[in-house]
Design a protein around this ligand. Structure first.
Ligand SMILES: [Zn+2]
Length: 237
């Protein structure tokens, strides 16, 4: 039997069948994911991609991640169906708000990239900051759309890669286009503490402010203009 009932329940809170371990797989998208089986298909792909984002942009994983479980204190827990993950468990206890504001903001940006995921922090009365789960029920076409988006590669939390031979134009207030989008995505990814830019390809006041902040921290002239020295400091030739 691959699907089962648990304490009289066959469906999890989010609307997925409660399953055995053999309906799950391990996706090694981030450290410690080998302790977190995920239901094959959309949950493995979507939650696996979310894990990579959270590890790289919110807080590195240094403790086991939890996924599918055979038992749970709740009879309809999404862990019973392999459609939820718990990250940073030792430092993010259930029922309390312990996450610093910058990590909350970075997590929310990540959830904009993965709208198929629900964050347990939103449960009023019993917040669960370590817990992330599938938002839509099994069979909902929005899950498949998420898979296509992730497998197709866009939008992605990683800046788009451009051919290395492309030379970088000098960018300043008023500039528009793909190089500005690249810069904004690069800032957001590399400096999430102070860069929360809309990746809109429009070099406005917010992009200029992040540029100045980066330049100050890099001991460059804080002129808000991205020229060769600033590109170099960003690791872009
Ligand atoms: Zn959980």
């Amino acid at each position: 039997m691959s699907f089962r009932s648990y304490k009289g329940n066959t469906i999890t809170e989010a609307g997925w069948r409660i399953c055995d371990r053999n309906e799950c797989e391990i996706v090694n998208t981030a450290p410690f994911m080998n302790t977190a089986p995920l239901r094959k298909g959309a949950p493995a792909i979507i939650l696996g991609a979310l894990a990579k984002y959270l590890h790289e942009n919110v807080r590195p994983f240094t403790s086991p991640v939890w996924g599918w479980s055979a038992e749970n204190s709740l009879a309809d827990s999404n862990h019973l169906g392999g459609v939820s993950l718990d990250f940073w468990a030792p430092i993010r206890p259930m029922g309390r708000y312990t996450m610093p504001a910058n990590e909350v903001a970075a997590t929310k940006r990540g959830l904009e990239l993965f709208p198929e995921v629900f964050w347990g922090r939103a449960w009023t009365g019993n917040p669960d900051e370590m817990h992330f789960q599938m938002r839509y029920r099994e069979g909902d076409p929005r899950n498949d759309a998420g898979v296509r988006r992730i497998v197709g590669g866009a939008p992605s939390p990683t800046p788009p890669t451009l051919a290395p031979s492309v030379s970088r134009p000098t960018l300043m207030r008023g500039a528009t286009g793909v190089h500005v989008s690249y810069l904004q995505a690069l800032f957001n990814r590399a400096y999430p503490l102070y860069s929360k830019l809309a990746v809109d390809g429009d070099f406005g006041p917010a992009t200029e402010a992040v540029t100045r902040e980066f330049q100050r921290r890099s001991n460059l002239a804080a002129d808000g203009i991205v020229g060769p020295a600033t590109w170099r400091a960003l690791g872009v030739k």
